[in-house]
Design a protein around this ligand. Structure first.
Ligand code: AHR
Length: 512
């Protein structure tokens, strides 16, 4: 049995929980839109074609903001193709995912879907094949009240009131050679700056995200952020980060420590942004938008839903693309990545798990069939529900373990929040120990009278292995169960985390 000692203090806070870190992502990719959120004719679809079984799960997941329409897709997308009468919208080749795009779903549909789902929109513009003009026109179409050609066109197309989209991404992954319209940092920095300026001339209230690096492993990582921000510091509010993790060659120990890389990535981008701030004598801070993150098995190259195989199969409408099936290990890693984001909530103000449905997603749906939760659904849903109020500095003294990629790493990973409004403290915990349970003791400073209100754990179900997924076909169901024997008294809390588990413990406390 390993041991961990956790100390929190009511006065030691990192800042308010930025609720936008519980964001998600809908790209025109694979079956995320078509047969994911949208499937006219499905038994559960409403009159708009929005699948209500999927929407119910989206609401249960608790996503606060959804990025749209890409991703790599957006870098070749004409937003005009997705507005106006559906029958006259053009069918196009989407080169990013080798797919036939019908454009049956576009901006108006996404706005309606977002309103029904109760999520904020984060709209990405195309800075791959297009530029300043298309960007400002899209803002005028979406946000201008009326009396101009484009705002009146929106009205004619069915939305009299402006969409009022506040949050915008200035392109996607333009540092990546795979991106349509890939650019150097100088080319992109200047373009982002000019696009931002022109968009703000139309609507001064926008919040704008510049593209950072597609991953901390990019050769341009660091210098890209520096150059882009040197150009666009005054015009943008956030810089983006993207990261995907996977288990390599059965090295679960290193995979479970992936959040160490996420911590490093975030700290490095904060340092770079602040260095540009100092050099340019800027007053404001640039915050971080971690607008793509998840577990993604990019090396399952031979399976049919991998991009290479998909393109060999020719141009098809909404083929299956990267439909990873997640196991318990993946869910534990997702829990630790969420912890990393929350612990950095003073600078990471937006984060989007990629993606929402079917494509590396917490929610799966079958065409003419059911929708269900993957294992990674649970840590996200519980954190989105319970992480409210203030983020607490969480001091952890945990036994450690050795792994090939990150060396010595804490076995127990934790983040915690204090919601003064409902008088509750919530702990989000992962035990990275593959074999050993962990004994956890928590000391609460500035709090007293602790009583447990919720204790749940996701662990390997009896008779299964860490590779067990939620598979409707073979009837395997991984879900949260009660974490037993959580002892709370005064300002102390004790419990045991099973080997390889993610857990949430919520307590009601009095201030002391
Ligand atoms: O989320 C899948 C893809 O990953 C996105 O389209 C792209 O931005 C990233 O490389």
């Amino acid at each position: 049995m390993s041991r961990a000692r956790i100390i929190i203090d009511r006065d030691f806070t990192i800042g308010g929980v930025p609720r936008r870190i519980f964001g998600s992502f809908v790209e025109h990719m694979g079956r995320c839109v078509y047969t994911g959120i949208y499937e006219p004719g499905h038994a559960e679809a409403d009159e708009n074609g929005f699948r209500q079984d999927v929407m119910k799960l989206v609401k249960e997941l608790g996503a606060t903001v959804v990025r749209y329409p890409g991703g790599n897709f957006v870098s070749g997308y004409n937003w005009e193709d997705g507005v106006g009468p559906v029958e006259s919208r053009p069918r196009r080749l989407d080169g990013a995912w080798h797919t036939l795009e019908t454009n049956a779903f576009g901006l108006h549909e996404f706005v309606d879907w977002s309103r029904q789902s109760g999520v904020e929109i984060m709209e990405a513009i195309n800075l791959g094949t297009r530029g300043v003009d298309a960007a400002r026109e899209l803002v005028e179409y979406a946000n201008h009240p009326g009396g101009t050609f484009l705002s009146d066109l929106r009205k004619k197309n069915g939305h009299a009131d402006p969409f009022n989209i506040k949050l915008w991404c200035l392109g996607n992954e333009l540092d990546g050679p795979w991106q349509i319209g890939h650019k150097t940092a100088d080319e992109y920095g200047r373009l982002a700056q000019e696009a931002a300026k022109a968009m703000r001339f139309v609507d001064p209230d926008l919040e704008l995200v510049a593209c950072g690096s597609s991953g901390s492993g990019m050769t341009t990582f660091g210098s890209w952020e520096q150059t882009v921000l040197a150009h666009a510091y005054d015009e943008v509010d956030y810089v983006s980060l993207h990261a995907y993790y996977q288990e390599d060659d059965g090295d679960a120990a290193s995979f479970l420590a992936s959040a160490v890389d996420m911590d490093y990535f975030i700290d490095s981008v904060v340092a770079t942004a602040d260095a540009v701030r100092a050099k340019g004598k800027h007053k404001k801070h640039i915050n971080l938008s971690f607008d793509e993150w998840n577990v993604w098995y990019q090396r399952r190259l031979d399976s049919e839903d991998q991009p290479d195989q998909v393109s060999k199969a020719g141009w098809r409408e909404h083929p299956r693309v990267i439909e990873d099936a997640y196991n318990v290990t993946d869910a534990v890693v997702v829990g630790t990545l969420l912890n990393s984001l929350l612990r950095h909530g003073d600078r990471v103000k937006i984060a989007n798990q990629a993606q929402l449905v079917n494509v590396i997603a917490p929610i799966m749906s079958e065409e003419n069939g059911p929708a269900w939760r993957q294992t990674i659904f649970y840590p996200f849903a519980r954190m989105a529900e319970l992480a409210k109020g203030q983020i607490l500095h969480t001091k952890v003294e945990s036994d450690r373990y050795e792994n090939a990629r990150f060396g010595d790493t804490d076995l127990v990973d934790v983040s915690s929040t204090w919601d003064e409004e409902n008088g509750k403290v919530a702990f989000f915990l992962a035990n990275r120990g593959l074999e050993e349970a962990a004994n956890v003791e928590v000391l609460l400073r500035g709090f007293d009278n602790a009583r447990v209100t919720r204790a749940e754990v996701l662990q390997i179900p009896e008779g299964h292995s860490r590779f067990t997924t939620n598979n409707l076909q073979i009837g395997e169901h991984v879900g949260l169960i009660t974490l037993k024997d959580v002892k709370a008294a005064g300002h102390e809390l004790k419990f045991t985390l099973p080997a390889l588990s993610w857990a949430v413990v919520e307590i009601r406390v009095a201030k002391s």
